[in-house]
Design a protein around this ligand. Sequence first.
Ligand SMILES: CC(C)(COP(=O)(O)OP(=O)(O)OC[C@H]1O[C@@H](n2cnc3c(N)ncnc32)[C@H](O)[C@@H]1OP(=O)(O)O)[C@@H](O)C(=O)NCCC(=O)NCCS
Length: 187
Amino acid sequence: MTMWKKFDFFSKLTELFFGKDKYPQAYKKRTLARAGAQFVVETMDTRHLDDVMELQRRVYQGETPWQPAAFLVEMHNPLPHLYLVVTHHGKVVAFIGCRVTNQDGHITNLAVDPAYQHRGLALFLLQEIAAFAKSLRCSSLSLEVRLGNLAAQRLYRKFGFITKAVKVEYYTETQEDALDMIYLFEE
Ligand SMILES: CC(C)(COP(=O)(O)OP(=O)(O)OC[C@H]1O[C@@H](n2cnc3c(N)ncnc32)[C@H](O)[C@@H]1OP(=O)(O)O)[C@@H](O)C(=O)NCCC(=O)NCCS
């Protein structure tokens, strides 16, 4: 069985548990021009998972912090959620995920292929997630980021996130602390 077919099978299983995903239609596929290149931004689905795994390996030195099952569960989550991919010539070059609880859009995941960084893709994805959360009347966005991940912290501060707290040894495998960051929508 090819990987794609395997993911599709798991996707159908997840659907049996959680029902059909109600949220993919929340985002209308669009194109984006950045630094002379044309990108497509659309909802993540099972067909993208092989690429998303490869992208994680490029970003995280061969590691895949999130396994396909974790994405599948999120993509079928009964809570409002939005998982987006950016593709270039059909290949996934960036993705972001967000799940909404108690009027807060929690960003679970964000990565941009090293070859496509510094073109504003991450900022664009944050804006799209903010628009989604706002459409659901959220009052905030939130996320955790490693204390040592200064590049991501700079991105989040540039967007308007502030640090709410430090979560001590939040990443259990490395005992690294996390910054708990929040972005408040204006009234
Ligand atoms: C962090 C990350 C998502 C940024 O993606 P990106 O598309 O390159 O970011 P953008 O081009 O939208 O950058 C916007 C701003 O973020 C900040 N920034 C982004 N990358 C940076 C870097 N390597 N060093 C310092 N600041 C950085 C800058 O303020 C930048 O604005 P500028 O270009 O005007 O200086 C990307 O580097 C990445 O995937 N890193 C590995 C995975 C990761 O850390 N994910 C976040 C987990 S919490």
